[in-house]
Design a protein around this ligand. Structure first.
Ligand code: UDP
Ligand code: MG
Length: 319
């Protein structure tokens, strides 16, 4: 299968990215110009300002006035990377042949997008950008990220190793993804579930061009927890098995301790503490799932759009 030059939308989530935006927009502009042989001239860049507190929106709206290539939406509040991506994808849906999501900080090699588009033209619906190495990440980042991929594998959730949110989706893959109704988003786990023709493109990841990481430890942990509990109920099963095992061992130990005179008291204290710990951790884990059900049941909108660039007339909030 060969497809025509696609109308591409490059979706860039931005949270307090005033330091990098001038350079990022320059390079995206150059990319589109240099790759005009594989792209439709109607391709666009869509910046999603995720409730930034700096001059990010000012820059985006300035860019949109300088060239029709640049468009933007501004969320009314900081909703996090995954929601910002979702907002961008919903905005782009139905108007483009494919979308690519890429971070604003130039860590992902922009030129790899040419290979994304080539794969699309050859029939791929989902193209994953996979990092060939992680030298430029800090030790902590690399260690936590790699342990997380391993944990996900252990839990039985399908994720692509060393792939973050740099990917291409064709219009039909985008429709399929956006048909998922869940409020707790973990795109890296959701995209593999939609299937279709899949390709990977490897690229070298650079250091952030400027500014600091917008993923605080808290945001990172919450994403990891989201991933682990959104795609696998194995943790609940493990707790259940552990509970059974401990009960069995405790019963055996209890019998032995009962036979030895004078040991009864020590055993009581030991077992009380052990049970306390077990019950609390199990409850906490179950609470995590109940928390998810709670968030899903409320069906709160994921975000609201405050402004668009260029400005649109019906500025109605979108859910
Ligand atoms: N980001 C966002 N909302 C947030 C945090 C981050 O839209 O609440 C964006 C950020 O502007 C960047 C991308 O998500 O384009 C990835 O963030 P960052 O580069 O800071 O994460 P890291 O590469 O350090 O994991
Ligand atoms: Mg980054």
């Amino acid at each position: 299968m060969t497809r025509n030059n696609p109308k591409l939308c490059i979706i860039v989530p931005c949270y307090n990215e005033q330091e990098v935006l001038p350079e990022t927009s320059k390079r995206l502009n150059a990319f589109i110009n240099e790759n005009a042989d594989v792209l439709s001239p109607d391709s666009r860049v869509l910046f999603v300002d995720d409730g930034s507190r700096d001059d990010t929106w000012k820059l985006i709206s300035g860019l949109s006035k300088s060239s029709p290539l640049f468009t933007g939406i501004r969320l009314s509040h900081n909703r996090g990377h995954q929601n910002a991506l979702w907002a961008g994808m919903e905005k782009a849906r139905g108007r483009f042949d494919c979308v690519i999501t890429i971070d604003a900080d130039l860590q992902d090699d922009i030129n790899a997008m040419r290979r994304f588009v080539e794969a699309y033209k050859e029939g791929a619906d989902v193209v994953y950008g996979v990092r060939s190495k992680r030298d430029t990440d800090t030790f902590l980042k690399r260690f936590t990220a790699e342990s997380f991929y391993k944990l996900m594998k252990l839990l039985g959730a399908e994720t692509v190793f060393n792939h973050a949110d740099y990917r291409l989706l064709s219009a039909r893959a985008l429709d399929a993804l956006l048909a998922c109704d869940e409020v707790n988003l973990y795109l890296r786990g959701m995209v593999p579930l939609i299937g279709f023709n899949t390709q990977t493109v490897t690229y070298e990841r650079n250091e952030r061009f400027a500014g600091e990481s917008k993923y605080s430890i808290k945001k990172m942990l919450s994403l990891a927890m989201q991933g682990a509990t959104s795609f696998s109920v194995r943790p609940i099963m493990l707790v259940w098995l552990l509970g059974l095992m401990i009960t069995f061992i405790t019963l055996l130990a209890g019998l032995v301790l009962l036979i030895i005179p004078g040991m009864q008291l020590g055993f009581t204290a030991f077992s009380v503490w052990l049970c306390c710990g077990l019950i609390m951790s199990s409850l906490g884990l179950i609470g995590e799932y109940i928390g998810k059900i709670y968030a899903e049941a409320k069906r709160r909108p994921r975000y609201f759009i405050q402004d668009t660039a260029p400005e649109e007339q019906d500025g109605k909030p979108q859910g």
